[in-house]
Design a protein around this ligand. Structure first.
Ligand SMILES: O=c1[nH]c(=O)c2nc[nH]c2[nH]1
Length: 458
């Protein structure tokens, strides 16, 4: 066997979800990585044992062996994260969305004109997300061009796969004077940003720009149309918020007599590379349109608990095959951890299924058969995220980018405990999803490049 194109191999136990709702346990598997950072092969013991490949790689110092306490999982994918809100995390989540945006978010985001502040915050955020196992992140930046470039450069420099958008907001009815641009300026800066990200030195596709109208209330129809035309003509990613609360849903109805999806569709903003955060109040027609266009939905469970006024219809969207992944929605959450988002997606669906009012009989309290499983949520944070982004990531499969995370149960003082003889592979995966904390994440690779190495126990 010719091993020359292999840069390194990893030997150990791995989990991934090739099929939504099912997991595969790859026991003692050998994953080899090629010069482009892609997975070259995923081999089970019976496929590599007689080939001599393990000995060959080990002899050349190109093999990493995982210990029995270490598990390899696909890199986690955060489909919705507001980078400038990182210093705001943990504040004001007992307020309604409109008050939270006006009192905390817009004043903070306006500060990013200060490039030194941007460098400091974005450096810390990207390091923290990588350290939590997030190998791909879709970021809203702020309104400003140069600080948005700082975010894109930080991701490239630290090696995170990123999709970064300069935020667009031009409607004087809803945006404060101090945090608004004209439609013309928004479009010009979006074009400039798109061009600059594509031309960043050393960017071979790791960082992409995203056309980013904040949400319907913050943009005039004219700006939405201009951005839609630009995104279509340049095959850009698009991200925005969609029908995220009663207030946001009603706003579109009052202003346009349409749903958010209908407005995005009409203005050319809905396509295969569109990511819709939240999407709580979708009509059946909206769902058909989203599915038909191949757009993706970023479900942000904890944020929804705070701001959505209702529960997400995750079960129905997954069952209908709509592209759907998870978002942390920093700072409408209390952690960037995507494994925490997985767990929150499950509890969110369970509350929906059971209902809440003690004044109603059990059978009338909730919406039956609407829960999702831990494995389904893990699929959303890995393979489902990759599918939503139309990227070959989120699985251990030949040809996919080697984005991977080592979760180590042997780090001291942690909640992830695997009991010998008591935990099946299914139990272990559920424990990883439910109890992993940041210091269990000991090694992280993005496109074959190791970006985190904590050199801890094991
Ligand atoms: O959770 C949210 N965070 C935001 O920053 C935002 N802007 C509009 N709608 C939003 N929702």
């Amino acid at each position: 066997m010719d091993h020359s194109e292999i840069v390194f191999g990893i030997l150990g136990n791995a989990f991934h979800c090739p099929v939504m709702g099912e997991f595969e346990y790859l026991e003692n598997a050998l994953i080899t990585v090629d010069t482009a950072g892609r997975i070259q092969a995923v081999l089970r013991p019976e496929e590599y044992q007689s080939s001599g490949i393990v000995q060959a790689l080990e002899g050349q110092g190109r093999l990493q062996r995982l210990t029995a306490s270490q598990y390899l999982i696909p890199g986690l994918i955060d489909l919705h994260n507001h980078a400038p809100q990182w210093p705001q995390m943990g504040k004001g989540l007992d307020l309604p969305l409109y008050d939270w945006l006006s009192n905390y978010t817009f004043p903070l985001e306006a500060k990013y004109q200060d490039l030194e502040f941007a460098r400091q915050v974005y450096g810390d955020l990207v390091q923290s997300t990588l350290s939590s196992g997030t190998t791909s992140a879709v970021y809203f930046s702020s309104l400003h061009l140069e600080p948005s470039l700082v975010l894109a450069e930080t991701c490239l420099d630290k090696g995170q796969r990123a999709f970064v958008g300069k935020v667009c907001m031009d409607d004087p009815d809803q945006c404060p004077d101090y945090y608004r641009q004209s439609a013309q300026q928004s479009l010009y800066e979006t074009e400039t940003f798109n061009h600059a990200v594509a031309g960043m030195k050393g960017n071979q596709g790791l960082v992409s720009s995203v056309v980013t109208p904040r949400f319907i209330p913050s943009c005039t129809e004219g700006l939405l149309k201009e951005l839609g035309q630009f995104a279509t003509a340049n095959d850009c990613y698009v991200q925005t918020h969609c029908s995220e609360s009663d207030w946001a849903r009603d706003y579109s109805q009052q202003k346009y007599g349409e749903t958010d999806i209908s407005v995005y569709e009409r203005t050319g903003l809905l396509g295969r590379k569109t990511l819709l955060a939240h999407s709580i109040f979708l009509t059946n027609q909206d769902i058909l349109i989203i599915k038909d266009r191949g757009a993706g939905i970023a479900h942000c469970p904890l944020s929804n608990m705070c701001f959505a006024n209702a529960a997400m219809t995750t079960r129905e969207l997954l069952d209908q095959g709509v592209h759907c992944g998870l978002g942390s929605d920093v700072a409408a959450s209390v952690t960037p951890s995507m494994l925490r988002s997985c767990f929150d997606a499950v509890t969110h669906s369970r509350v929906r299924e059971e209902g809440t009012s003690t004044h109603r009989p059990a059978g009338e309290r909730g919406e039956s058969n609407t829960r999702i499983s831990l494995v389904e949520s893990f699929w959303m944070a890995t393979a489902g995220g990759g599918q939503s982004l139309d990227q070959n990531i989120g699985l251990f499969k030949a040809g996919f980018g080697f984005d991977a995370v080592v979760v180590d149960a042997a780090v001291p003082d942690c909640d992830l405990t695997i009991w010998p003889g008591m935990d099946s592979p299914a139990d272990i995966l559920e424990k990883i999803i439910s109890t992993t904390s940041r210091h269990n994440v000991t090694r992280v690779w993005v496109q074959g490049r190791q970006v985190i190495d904590k050199k801890t126990a094991g």
